[in-house]
Design a protein around this ligand. Structure first.
Ligand SMILES: Nc1ncnc2c1ncn2[C@@H]1O[C@H](COP(=O)(O)OP(=O)(O)OP(=O)(O)O)[C@@H](O)[C@H]1O
Length: 356
Protein backbone atom coordinates (compact mmCIF):
# COMPACT_ATOMS: atom_id res chain seq x y z
CA UNK A 1 0.00 0.00 0.00
CA UNK A 2 1.43 3.32 -1.03
CA UNK A 3 2.22 6.02 1.50
CA UNK A 4 -0.03 9.08 1.24
CA UNK A 5 2.94 11.18 0.15
CA UNK A 6 3.10 9.04 -3.01
CA UNK A 7 -0.58 8.21 -3.36
CA UNK A 8 -1.67 11.87 -3.35
CA UNK A 9 1.22 13.28 -5.37
CA UNK A 10 -0.29 15.46 -8.15
CA UNK A 11 0.69 14.17 -11.58
CA UNK A 12 -0.13 17.07 -13.90
CA UNK A 13 1.14 20.65 -13.83
CA UNK A 14 -2.44 21.95 -13.76
CA UNK A 15 -3.23 20.05 -10.55
CA UNK A 16 -0.31 21.43 -8.52
CA UNK A 17 -1.71 23.22 -5.49
CA UNK A 18 0.87 25.96 -4.99
CA UNK A 19 3.41 27.98 -7.04
CA UNK A 20 0.77 28.17 -9.77
CA UNK A 21 2.88 30.66 -11.80
CA UNK A 22 5.77 28.22 -11.92
CA UNK A 23 3.41 25.45 -13.07
CA UNK A 24 2.06 27.64 -15.90
CA UNK A 25 5.57 28.63 -16.93
CA UNK A 26 6.67 24.98 -17.12
CA UNK A 27 3.52 24.11 -19.07
CA UNK A 28 4.30 26.82 -21.63
CA UNK A 29 7.86 25.60 -21.98
CA UNK A 30 6.72 22.01 -22.46
CA UNK A 31 4.23 23.01 -25.14
CA UNK A 32 6.66 25.20 -27.05
CA UNK A 33 9.05 23.45 -29.40
CA UNK A 34 12.30 24.18 -27.67
CA UNK A 35 12.61 22.82 -24.16
CA UNK A 36 15.83 23.89 -22.40
CA UNK A 37 18.14 22.03 -20.01
CA UNK A 38 16.88 22.81 -16.49
CA UNK A 39 18.38 23.11 -13.04
CA UNK A 40 15.58 22.69 -10.50
CA UNK A 41 16.55 23.69 -6.98
CA UNK A 42 14.93 24.20 -3.60
CA UNK A 43 14.79 22.77 -0.08
CA UNK A 44 13.88 19.16 0.78
CA UNK A 45 10.24 18.25 0.32
CA UNK A 46 9.39 21.49 -1.51
CA UNK A 47 7.96 19.63 -4.52
CA UNK A 48 10.86 19.63 -7.01
CA UNK A 49 10.48 16.03 -8.12
CA UNK A 50 6.72 16.37 -8.40
CA UNK A 51 7.14 19.35 -10.73
CA UNK A 52 9.79 17.58 -12.82
CA UNK A 53 7.58 14.51 -13.32
CA UNK A 54 4.56 16.69 -14.11
CA UNK A 55 6.65 18.53 -16.71
CA UNK A 56 7.70 15.22 -18.28
CA UNK A 57 4.04 14.27 -18.43
CA UNK A 58 3.28 17.54 -20.21
CA UNK A 59 6.09 16.76 -22.67
CA UNK A 60 5.36 13.09 -23.38
CA UNK A 61 1.95 12.19 -21.95
CA UNK A 62 1.09 9.62 -19.25
CA UNK A 63 3.41 6.99 -20.85
CA UNK A 64 6.28 8.62 -18.97
CA UNK A 65 4.85 7.27 -15.71
CA UNK A 66 5.39 3.66 -16.84
CA UNK A 67 8.76 3.28 -15.21
CA UNK A 68 10.96 0.35 -14.32
CA UNK A 69 14.18 -0.01 -12.38
CA UNK A 70 17.16 -1.22 -14.37
CA UNK A 71 20.49 -2.30 -13.02
CA UNK A 72 23.47 -1.43 -15.18
CA UNK A 73 27.11 -2.33 -14.88
CA UNK A 74 29.60 0.17 -16.25
CA UNK A 75 33.06 -1.17 -16.85
CA UNK A 76 35.95 1.24 -16.68
CA UNK A 77 39.47 -0.13 -17.24
CA UNK A 78 39.86 -2.16 -14.04
CA UNK A 79 36.66 -1.39 -12.16
CA UNK A 80 33.04 -2.29 -12.46
CA UNK A 81 30.41 0.09 -11.15
CA UNK A 82 26.85 -1.04 -10.60
CA UNK A 83 24.12 1.58 -10.74
CA UNK A 84 20.34 1.48 -10.52
CA UNK A 85 18.45 3.55 -13.06
CA UNK A 86 14.82 4.51 -13.24
CA UNK A 87 13.79 4.36 -16.88
CA UNK A 88 10.76 4.95 -19.06
CA UNK A 89 10.57 5.02 -22.85
CA UNK A 90 11.27 8.74 -22.70
CA UNK A 91 13.64 9.38 -19.84
CA UNK A 92 16.17 7.96 -17.44
CA UNK A 93 16.84 9.05 -13.90
CA UNK A 94 20.26 8.65 -12.37
CA UNK A 95 21.61 9.36 -8.92
CA UNK A 96 25.33 10.14 -9.04
CA UNK A 97 25.71 9.39 -5.32
CA UNK A 98 25.57 5.67 -6.15
CA UNK A 99 28.81 5.88 -8.11
CA UNK A 100 30.68 8.04 -5.58
CA UNK A 101 33.86 9.49 -7.04
CA UNK A 102 33.38 7.45 -10.23
CA UNK A 103 30.32 9.52 -11.16
CA UNK A 104 32.11 10.97 -14.20
CA UNK A 105 31.77 7.56 -15.84
CA UNK A 106 28.02 7.52 -15.39
CA UNK A 107 27.76 10.96 -16.91
CA UNK A 108 29.98 10.04 -19.83
CA UNK A 109 28.83 6.51 -20.60
CA UNK A 110 25.14 6.45 -19.72
CA UNK A 111 24.23 9.86 -21.02
CA UNK A 112 26.23 9.34 -24.20
CA UNK A 113 24.50 6.02 -24.79
CA UNK A 114 21.09 7.59 -24.28
CA UNK A 115 21.90 10.57 -26.48
CA UNK A 116 23.07 8.36 -29.32
CA UNK A 117 19.88 6.30 -29.43
CA UNK A 118 17.18 8.24 -31.19
CA UNK A 119 13.64 8.13 -29.87
CA UNK A 120 12.26 5.08 -31.69
CA UNK A 121 8.66 6.08 -31.11
CA UNK A 122 7.97 7.99 -34.32
CA UNK A 123 4.74 9.35 -32.87
CA UNK A 124 6.56 10.73 -29.82
CA UNK A 125 5.75 14.36 -29.19
CA UNK A 126 9.40 15.29 -28.78
CA UNK A 127 12.48 14.03 -30.56
CA UNK A 128 14.69 14.34 -27.52
CA UNK A 129 14.96 12.20 -24.41
CA UNK A 130 15.41 13.52 -20.89
CA UNK A 131 18.01 12.63 -18.27
CA UNK A 132 17.07 13.50 -14.70
CA UNK A 133 20.05 13.83 -12.41
CA UNK A 134 18.85 13.73 -8.81
CA UNK A 135 21.03 15.04 -5.98
CA UNK A 136 23.01 16.90 -8.66
CA UNK A 137 24.82 18.95 -6.01
CA UNK A 138 26.82 15.83 -5.13
CA UNK A 139 28.31 15.56 -8.65
CA UNK A 140 32.10 15.76 -8.47
CA UNK A 141 33.88 18.48 -10.46
CA UNK A 142 35.22 16.07 -13.15
CA UNK A 143 31.67 14.75 -13.60
CA UNK A 144 30.31 18.29 -13.94
CA UNK A 145 32.89 19.15 -16.60
CA UNK A 146 32.05 15.94 -18.48
CA UNK A 147 28.36 16.81 -18.18
CA UNK A 148 28.91 20.28 -19.58
CA UNK A 149 30.58 18.83 -22.69
CA UNK A 150 27.84 16.21 -23.05
CA UNK A 151 25.13 18.88 -22.80
CA UNK A 152 26.68 20.84 -25.64
CA UNK A 153 27.45 17.91 -27.87
CA UNK A 154 24.09 16.11 -27.70
CA UNK A 155 21.71 19.06 -27.42
CA UNK A 156 19.83 17.80 -30.52
CA UNK A 157 18.44 14.66 -28.87
CA UNK A 158 18.98 15.10 -25.18
CA UNK A 159 17.80 17.40 -22.39
CA UNK A 160 19.18 17.32 -18.88
CA UNK A 161 17.05 18.16 -15.83
CA UNK A 162 19.10 18.45 -12.67
CA UNK A 163 17.53 18.42 -9.23
CA UNK A 164 19.35 19.73 -6.18
CA UNK A 165 19.00 21.73 -2.95
CA UNK A 166 21.20 24.64 -3.93
CA UNK A 167 22.98 25.86 -7.03
CA UNK A 168 26.11 26.73 -5.06
CA UNK A 169 27.87 23.46 -5.83
CA UNK A 170 27.06 23.52 -9.55
CA UNK A 171 29.75 25.03 -11.78
CA UNK A 172 28.87 28.30 -13.52
CA UNK A 173 29.43 26.72 -16.95
CA UNK A 174 26.52 24.34 -16.31
CA UNK A 175 24.33 26.98 -14.66
CA UNK A 176 24.69 29.22 -17.70
CA UNK A 177 23.47 26.41 -19.98
CA UNK A 178 20.35 25.72 -17.91
CA UNK A 179 17.09 27.39 -17.12
CA UNK A 180 17.21 27.86 -13.35
CA UNK A 181 13.92 26.84 -11.75
CA UNK A 182 13.56 27.63 -8.06
CA UNK A 183 10.96 25.68 -6.11
CA UNK A 184 10.53 27.47 -2.79
CA UNK A 185 9.19 25.62 0.24
CA UNK A 186 5.39 25.90 0.55
CA UNK A 187 4.08 28.24 3.24
CA UNK A 188 2.50 26.96 6.46
CA UNK A 189 -0.95 27.85 5.13
CA UNK A 190 -0.36 26.03 1.85
CA UNK A 191 0.78 22.94 3.75
CA UNK A 192 -2.25 23.08 6.09
CA UNK A 193 -4.60 23.26 3.11
CA UNK A 194 -2.93 20.28 1.41
CA UNK A 195 -3.09 18.25 4.65
CA UNK A 196 -6.79 18.93 5.10
CA UNK A 197 -7.37 18.05 1.47
CA UNK A 198 -5.55 14.72 1.85
CA UNK A 199 -7.56 13.99 5.01
CA UNK A 200 -10.79 14.62 3.10
CA UNK A 201 -9.71 12.26 0.32
CA UNK A 202 -8.90 9.60 2.93
CA UNK A 203 -12.35 10.05 4.49
CA UNK A 204 -11.63 11.85 7.76
CA UNK A 205 -11.39 15.42 8.98
CA UNK A 206 -8.52 17.09 10.74
CA UNK A 207 -8.91 20.14 12.97
CA UNK A 208 -7.35 23.27 11.38
CA UNK A 209 -5.25 23.76 14.56
CA UNK A 210 -3.69 20.30 14.15
CA UNK A 211 -2.97 20.83 10.44
CA UNK A 212 -1.34 24.19 11.29
CA UNK A 213 0.72 22.58 14.06
CA UNK A 214 1.96 19.81 11.75
CA UNK A 215 2.83 22.42 9.10
CA UNK A 216 4.92 24.31 11.66
CA UNK A 217 6.60 21.12 12.97
CA UNK A 218 7.44 19.98 9.43
CA UNK A 219 9.68 23.01 8.91
CA UNK A 220 7.94 23.61 5.58
CA UNK A 221 8.89 20.18 4.25
CA UNK A 222 5.66 19.00 2.59
CA UNK A 223 6.64 15.33 2.35
CA UNK A 224 7.44 15.32 6.02
CA UNK A 225 4.14 17.02 6.87
CA UNK A 226 2.18 14.39 4.91
CA UNK A 227 4.12 11.57 6.62
CA UNK A 228 3.39 13.16 10.01
CA UNK A 229 -0.33 13.37 9.25
CA UNK A 230 -0.38 9.71 8.21
CA UNK A 231 1.54 8.69 11.36
CA UNK A 232 -0.87 10.67 13.52
CA UNK A 233 -3.90 9.06 11.83
CA UNK A 234 -2.54 5.53 12.21
CA UNK A 235 -1.31 5.93 15.80
CA UNK A 236 -4.75 7.28 16.80
CA UNK A 237 -6.48 4.19 15.40
CA UNK A 238 -7.74 5.75 12.13
CA UNK A 239 -10.42 8.05 13.66
CA UNK A 240 -13.06 9.85 11.59
CA UNK A 241 -11.95 13.17 13.12
CA UNK A 242 -8.60 14.30 14.46
CA UNK A 243 -9.59 16.89 17.04
CA UNK A 244 -7.64 19.94 18.14
CA UNK A 245 -6.61 18.05 21.33
CA UNK A 246 -4.71 15.29 19.44
CA UNK A 247 -1.28 14.54 20.93
CA UNK A 248 1.47 15.14 18.37
CA UNK A 249 4.38 14.11 20.57
CA UNK A 250 4.72 10.56 19.22
CA UNK A 251 5.16 11.45 15.56
CA UNK A 252 8.66 12.87 15.57
CA UNK A 253 11.34 10.92 13.69
CA UNK A 254 13.23 8.56 16.01
CA UNK A 255 16.59 9.50 14.56
CA UNK A 256 15.99 13.19 15.27
CA UNK A 257 15.18 12.45 18.91
CA UNK A 258 18.33 10.26 19.00
CA UNK A 259 20.46 13.14 17.67
CA UNK A 260 18.88 15.59 20.12
CA UNK A 261 19.79 13.20 22.98
CA UNK A 262 23.32 12.94 21.59
CA UNK A 263 23.61 16.74 21.66
CA UNK A 264 22.46 16.74 25.29
CA UNK A 265 25.17 14.15 26.11
CA UNK A 266 27.80 16.42 24.51
CA UNK A 267 26.66 19.39 26.60
CA UNK A 268 26.45 17.39 29.85
CA UNK A 269 30.03 16.09 29.82
CA UNK A 270 33.17 16.79 27.80
CA UNK A 271 35.61 13.90 28.21
CA UNK A 272 37.34 11.16 26.22
CA UNK A 273 34.84 8.64 27.60
CA UNK A 274 31.88 10.71 26.50
CA UNK A 275 33.44 11.20 23.07
CA UNK A 276 33.66 7.40 22.77
CA UNK A 277 29.96 7.05 23.65
CA UNK A 278 29.02 9.72 21.14
CA UNK A 279 31.11 7.98 18.46
CA UNK A 280 29.11 4.77 18.99
CA UNK A 281 25.89 6.73 18.52
CA UNK A 282 27.23 8.36 15.35
CA UNK A 283 28.09 4.90 13.95
CA UNK A 284 24.58 3.79 14.84
CA UNK A 285 23.06 6.68 12.87
CA UNK A 286 25.24 6.03 9.82
CA UNK A 287 24.46 2.31 9.99
CA UNK A 288 20.77 3.25 9.74
CA UNK A 289 21.48 5.12 6.49
CA UNK A 290 20.97 8.63 7.83
CA UNK A 291 23.17 10.66 5.40
CA UNK A 292 26.32 12.02 7.12
CA UNK A 293 25.61 15.62 6.11
CA UNK A 294 22.12 15.37 7.62
CA UNK A 295 23.64 14.01 10.86
CA UNK A 296 26.18 16.86 10.89
CA UNK A 297 23.58 19.58 10.32
CA UNK A 298 20.99 18.21 12.73
CA UNK A 299 23.58 17.65 15.44
CA UNK A 300 25.09 21.13 14.96
CA UNK A 301 21.64 22.68 15.21
CA UNK A 302 20.78 20.65 18.32
CA UNK A 303 24.07 21.63 20.01
CA UNK A 304 23.60 25.29 19.02
CA UNK A 305 20.11 25.21 20.58
CA UNK A 306 21.60 23.97 23.85
CA UNK A 307 24.56 26.37 24.27
CA UNK A 308 24.58 30.01 25.36
CA UNK A 309 23.91 32.63 22.70
CA UNK A 310 27.52 33.88 22.17
CA UNK A 311 28.76 30.36 21.36
CA UNK A 312 26.17 29.54 18.71
CA UNK A 313 27.97 31.05 15.69
CA UNK A 314 31.19 29.18 16.63
CA UNK A 315 29.37 25.85 16.65
CA UNK A 316 27.84 26.51 13.25
CA UNK A 317 31.18 27.62 11.78
CA UNK A 318 32.80 24.40 13.05
CA UNK A 319 30.01 22.30 11.56
CA UNK A 320 30.35 24.10 8.19
CA UNK A 321 34.10 23.51 8.24
CA UNK A 322 33.77 19.78 8.96
CA UNK A 323 30.91 19.32 6.54
CA UNK A 324 33.14 20.75 3.84
CA UNK A 325 36.09 18.53 4.80
CA UNK A 326 33.67 15.57 4.80
CA UNK A 327 32.69 16.37 1.19
CA UNK A 328 36.26 16.34 -0.05
CA UNK A 329 37.55 13.58 2.23
CA UNK A 330 36.58 9.97 2.86
CA UNK A 331 35.08 8.19 5.90
CA UNK A 332 32.42 10.63 7.19
CA UNK A 333 32.75 9.28 10.74
CA UNK A 334 36.22 10.92 11.09
CA UNK A 335 34.81 14.33 10.29
CA UNK A 336 31.72 13.91 12.46
CA UNK A 337 33.86 12.85 15.38
CA UNK A 338 36.33 15.69 14.81
CA UNK A 339 33.41 18.12 14.90
CA UNK A 340 32.13 16.66 18.18
CA UNK A 341 35.63 16.79 19.75
CA UNK A 342 36.10 20.38 18.67
CA UNK A 343 32.63 21.40 19.89
CA UNK A 344 33.26 19.69 23.25
CA UNK A 345 36.61 21.48 23.67
CA UNK A 346 35.12 24.85 22.73
CA UNK A 347 32.19 24.40 25.11
CA UNK A 348 34.44 23.37 27.98
CA UNK A 349 36.68 26.40 27.38
CA UNK A 350 33.64 28.64 27.26
CA UNK A 351 32.30 27.29 30.58
CA UNK A 352 35.71 27.71 32.28
CA UNK A 353 35.98 31.31 31.03
CA UNK A 354 32.47 32.04 32.33
CA UNK A 355 33.33 31.09 35.93
CA UNK A 356 36.67 32.91 35.98
N1 LIG B 1 1.62 20.92 -5.57
C1 LIG B 1 1.48 19.92 -4.70
N2 LIG B 1 0.28 19.62 -4.17
C2 LIG B 1 0.14 18.63 -3.28
N3 LIG B 1 1.15 17.85 -2.87
C3 LIG B 1 2.35 18.08 -3.37
C4 LIG B 1 2.60 19.13 -4.31
N4 LIG B 1 3.92 19.13 -4.63
C5 LIG B 1 4.47 18.13 -3.91
N5 LIG B 1 3.54 17.49 -3.18
C6 LIG B 1 3.78 16.40 -2.22
O1 LIG B 1 4.96 16.73 -1.49
C7 LIG B 1 5.82 15.62 -1.38
C8 LIG B 1 7.23 16.07 -1.64
O2 LIG B 1 7.38 16.44 -2.98
P1 LIG B 1 8.66 16.10 -3.85
O3 LIG B 1 9.07 14.68 -3.67
O4 LIG B 1 8.38 16.59 -5.22
O5 LIG B 1 9.72 17.05 -3.14
P2 LIG B 1 11.26 17.28 -3.47
O6 LIG B 1 11.46 18.75 -3.41
O7 LIG B 1 11.66 16.57 -4.72
O8 LIG B 1 11.90 16.59 -2.19
P3 LIG B 1 13.38 16.00 -1.95
O9 LIG B 1 14.36 17.03 -2.38
O10 LIG B 1 13.37 15.78 -0.46
O11 LIG B 1 13.42 14.74 -2.73
C9 LIG B 1 5.34 14.59 -2.37
O12 LIG B 1 5.15 13.38 -1.68
C10 LIG B 1 4.02 15.10 -2.92
O13 LIG B 1 3.00 14.20 -2.59
Amino acid sequence: MALWADKHRPTSLASLDYHADLGQHLERLANEGDFPHCLVYGPDGAGKKTRIMATLRALYGPGVEKIKIEQRTITASTRKIEVNLIVSNYHIEINPVEAGIQDRLIVQELIKELAQTQNIDAAAAKRFKVVIISEADSLTLPAQHALRRTMEKYMANLRVIMCCNSTSKIIPAIQSRCLLVRVAAPSHDEISTILRDIARKEGFTVAPEVAAKIAAESKRNLRRAILMLEALYVTNGSPSTITAHADLSGIEYDWEVYIADTATMIIQEQSADRLGQVRTRLYELLAHCIPPNVVMRTLAKAIADRVQEPMRPDILVMAAHYEHSMCIGSKPIFHLEAFVAKAMAAYKRFCVEMVM
